[in-house]
Write a protein that binds this ligand. Structure first.
Ligand code: SF4
Length: 341
């Protein structure tokens, strides 16, 4: 294996694999529209093909894989893909899910070789959940989280997108709830990515403000051990409880970004803000295997200069520069729910 570096000397260590662009929720910050253009069903890569792309990525240094969507648990028998990927002996095989179908699947996924799971949850209030996701699914989500804690003890994280004036009054409740359950919570700033067509800077709760509030309510917040490539910085409250903060909007971490994203139809994006992906689906269908695909990935990554979030932070017209929904309709691979968040 020969590790590939991009033009800013960043390795390709992690790959987010979106297994479907469909989702059973309609969160306002991710899928705010009523209608979407979906990927062509017969273009979706089969599990064997997805595994071949991951194998190719391991040939250029990838060690961590996260399965995403849309909602990955909508893909039938996802455990079969987990089993195939687990055989590649990655350092880490994780899943991000909204948790709605997790209770029925997490044990099988753990048995198949899943290492960790991250579940998105932005509120503990049923009415607010319904408003934020436009679906009535808090109960199954909470059941899924509890089942995950049983099946993968110590390996469950919760992701909460904080929005000012929407759910930032639940920070303390969410922390107390996570502490009781024994999972670590990560607060994520609301991001102006493709698809978040109703993003507004006034809805962003900056990480610095969150930490100030926590400091005020719980006493001094200390920095805790943080992995250098993880997007979250970890902190510890006086009680000993740790939590993470992903300041993707106010303090982007492009400088250490080592991840690429694969869409369910085989487009590889080297940045969340990338406008065009490298099509690996066509060569796969034409019979190329991991060594040839690895050469394609190596060439794309070696030319990478992406710093998407940093560039957006520098733009004075940040809100005006959001891509409009009708543009995304003709380029569904650019949608965040297609790229895997
Ligand atoms: S914006 Fe692009 S380069 Fe920056 S952290 Fe996100 S994916 Fe990486």
């Amino acid at each position: 294996m020969q590790t590939v570096l991009d033009l800013h000397q960043r390795p390709l260590r992690s790959l987010r694999v979106s297994v479907t662009d469909r989702c059973n929720l309609r969160c306002s910050y991710c899928m705010p529209e009523e209608e979407y253009t979906w990927l062509e069903r017969d273009h979706l890569l089969r599990f064997g093909q997805l595994t071949e792309v991951v194998r190719a990525a391991t040939l250029v240094g990838t060690r961590r894989v996260r399965l995403t969507g849309g909602e990955p648990l909508l893909r039938r028998e996802l455990w079969r893909l987990v089993e195939q990927l687990a055989a590649l002996e990655l350092e880490d095989l994780a899943l991000t899910t909204n948790g709605v179908h997790l209770a029925q699947q997490v044990e099988t996924l753990a048995q198949a070789g899943l290492d960790r799971v991250t579940i998105s949850l932005d509120t503990l209030r049923p009415e607010r959940f319904r408003k934020l996701t436009r679906r009535d699914a808090l109960e199954p989500t909470l059941a899924g989280i509890e089942a995950a804690v049983q099946a993968l003890p110590g390996r469950v994280k919760i992701n909460t997108v904080l929005m000012a004036g929407v759910n930032d009054d639940e920070v303390h409740d969410l922390l107390a709830w996570a502490q009781d359950l024994g999972c670590e919570l990560r607060f994520i700033e609301y991001m102006d990515v493709e698809g978040a067509t109703r993003w507004s800077a006034s809805r962003v709760l900056p990480a610095s403000e969150l930490l100030r509030r926590l400091d005020q309510a719980h006493g001094p917040v200390e920095a805790a051990e943080t992995s250098t490539s993880a997007p979250a910085r970890r902190y510890r409250l006086g009680s000993g409880q740790t939590f993470g903060v992903v300041a993707s909007t106010t303090a982007p971490f492009c400088g250490s970004c080592d991840r690429a994203r694969l869409t369910a139809d085989g487009h590889l994006f080297t940045c969340l803000y990338g406008a065009e992906g490298l099509d690996l689906g066509a060569p796969l269908r034409a019979g190329e295997g991991a060594p040839e695909l690895a050469r394609r990935i190596r060439t794309a990554w070696a030319a990478r200069t992406d710093r998407g979030a940093e560039e957006r932070l520098a733009r004075p017209d940040r809100e005006a520069s959001l891509t409009e929904a009708h543009t995304l309709r003709s380029a569904p691979q650019r949608e965040m729910h297609t790229k895997g968040g």
